[in-house]
Design a protein around this ligand. Structure first.
Ligand code: SAM
Length: 305
């Protein structure tokens, strides 16, 4: 191309991606902060805010890597559980999340028939406390997140982080390929994939698998690098990504190639509209997206109805 980067041949992609993340696993979290200047944290917070999961949500976080999305999900739901006095609160870690707003099924943006069985009935003051506990038990199965990633090394770093944070319950780690998940049909309330789908060889297969494992009413959410639409900003961003990122990769992680791959994979990923069409083609309804930081990243959302 103009920048002298080759595109990645399809037949080698999975293996190359595996090698990249095997190599970067140990420095992944540090590099994320360095290269995005901390912005990835803001995007990920926004992503979970948009998902607005209720306590009891069964989440599958695919390409979950070192656990950033899973940890945020657990903190978010735990802070709600504490607020609502949910008896299913499994542990009492001190969350540093300041989440004060009320979550209603409408906030989750989902159809009423699905939302009904997820709603906490703690507002029902007429019931006795044991009735209340019983209805909470019924209304709210235990919150759980399954982190699935193809890369063993990334998962190991994630497990280590979870141990350090004292997060054990409501969390499991599974090695697997997003293009052919080992889970049965209709199992999860929500499916998330953050900065993972562009690393997969067949994006359409990933979305089809997401559709399959979601329960009817379930929500697909993807956070991914996207295309900057403003031409001036775009050229500034191009310069930054093509010239600065590989250099930072070399200096901070002694690894030019992996970070060159990163930039190249961002360039090759479909733009906002194109990706929305792929999601629709897989059967998802109410497909929407939101640009973050002028389209440097985007959040796509869809429902299995
Ligand atoms: N979601 C995490 C985050 O936001 O910090 C990790 C994102 S990291 C940039 C991309 C992850 O996608 C890596 O952990 C990589 O192993 C994983 N990955 C790549 N191809 C995959 C595939 N086919 N199936 C599952 N995971 C895959």
């Amino acid at each position: 191309t103009h920048f002298g980067y080759e595109s990645i041949p399809e037949q080698d992609k999975e293996e190359r991606v595996y090698e990249v993340f095997k190599k970067v696993a140990g420095s992944y979290d540090l590099m994320n902060d360095a290269m995005s200047m901390g912005v990835h944290r803001v995007w990920k917070d926004r992503f979970i805010d948009r998902l607005a999961p209720n306590p009891g949500t069964q989440l599958l976080d695919v390409a979950g890597g070192t656990g950033d999305i899973a940890f945020r999900f657990l903190k978010y739901t735990k802070s709600l559980e504490r607020k609502h006095g949910n008896i299913n609160t499994e542990s009492s870690d001190d969350s540093d999340f300041d989440l004060t707003r009320d979550i209603t099924p409408q906030a989750f943006g989902i159809p009423d028939h699905y939302a009904d069985d997820q709603v906490l009935s703690s507002a029902d003051s007429s019931s006795s406390s044991s009735d209340e506990e019983e209805s909470l038990e019924r209304a709210s199965p235990k919150t759980h997140v399954t982190v699935c990633d193809i890369n063993k090394e990334m998962l190991e770093v994630g497990k280590g982080r979870a141990r350090e944070m004292g997060l054990v319950k409501g969390l499991s780690w599974v090695q697997g390929n997003a293009e052919s998940l080992s889970f049965g049909d209709n199992l999860f309330d929500a499916y998330t994939i953050a900065f993972g789908i562009r690393n997969c060889t067949h994006v359409d297969k990933v979305v089809e698998e997401a559709y399959r494992v979601l329960k009817p009413g379930g929500r697909f959410m993807c956070l991914e690098f996207s295309q900057v639409t403003n031409p001036l900003l775009r050229s500034a961003y191009d310069n930054y990504s093509f010239q600065v990122i590989p250099v930072m990769g070399q200096v901070l992680a002694r690894d030019w190639k992996s970070y060159q791959y990163l930039v190249e994979s961002i360039r090759q990923f479909p733009d906002q509209e194109e990706f929305a069409s792929i999601i629709r083609r897989s059967g998802f309804k109410m497909v929407t997206y939101e640009n973050l930081t002028f389209g440097v990243a985007a959040i796509h959302s869809g429902f299995k109805l």
